[in-house]
Design a protein. Structure first.
Length: 218
């Protein structure tokens, strides 16, 4: 009980700094997702009809996700330096696979008779895509976005190794001070902040899916 009292005292005394780093963390996750959605959905649309390009894109984005985060952040230091940019690039790379895969899965899962009917009504390829195919595939696509966001909320904390923004700074400061009275509070505060952000982003995407998906496709 004494531990939690001290921890809450720590949160109260450090609230302004924690809030600032939480906003930074949420900001880089949101920025990464905007870029990853544009790139990922674009790659999915460009390759879902063709076998070899589709397999190549999935293989490359799948490889990104297997690279250990410490190694990737370290490799990006040489071309991009320290700070925001290497963190952003790494997070975009990690976010791509679920978005690309779900875009392809959603578009390929559409009943061919639906697209044939749209063609018979005189719709061109791009009309079919934006008016028929993407709305039908949307629940699957946004699920991929939701998964990617939850993944990179956690990975964003590791961006502190390249001086990236966010709650990872508290986590690594705490780990570096193991044995000191404040070490556990620093680390736990950062970890709980990451967990809360992950839950908030998950709820946000759930709400967006409910609001943007027609009742018949839910």
């Amino acid at each position: 009980m004494e531990f939690w009292e001290k921890f809450f005292d720590y949160l109260e005394s450090q609230w302004d700094g924690l809030l600032e780093r939480t906003i930074e963390h949420a900001g880089i996750v949101a920025s990464s997702m905007v870029i990853a959605v544009i790139v990922g959905v674009g790659l999915g649309i460009a390759t879902y009809r063709t076998d070899r390009p589709r397999k190549l894109v999935l293989a490359v984005t799948g490889t990104f996700l297997t690279i250990p985060s410490f190694a990737l952040f370290g490799l990006l230091i040489t071309p991009l330096g320290l700070g925001y940019l290497p963190a952003l690039v790494a997070l975009v790379m990690y976010a791509l696979l679920p978005i690309v895969r779900n875009t392809i899965t959603g578009l390929r899962g559409i009943d061919p008779s639906i697209t044939e009917s749209a063609t018979g009504m005189g719709m061109g390829r791009w009309q079919r895509l934006f008016r028929i195919e993407l709305p039908i595939a949307w629940p699957v696509i946004i699920t991929g976005m939701r998964v990617s966001t939850v993944i990179i909320v956690g990975i964003a904390a590791i961006a502190a190794v390249v001086n990236g923004p966010g709650l990872g700074k508290d986590i690594f400061r705490g780990l570096a001070r193991i044995g000191s009275p404040t070490a556990i509070y620093l680390t736990l505060g950062g970890v709980l902040g990451v967990i809360v952000l992950g839950l908030l982003f998950d709820v946000l995407f759930f709400a967006i899916r409910r609001l943007t998906t027609s009742r018949g496709l839910r």
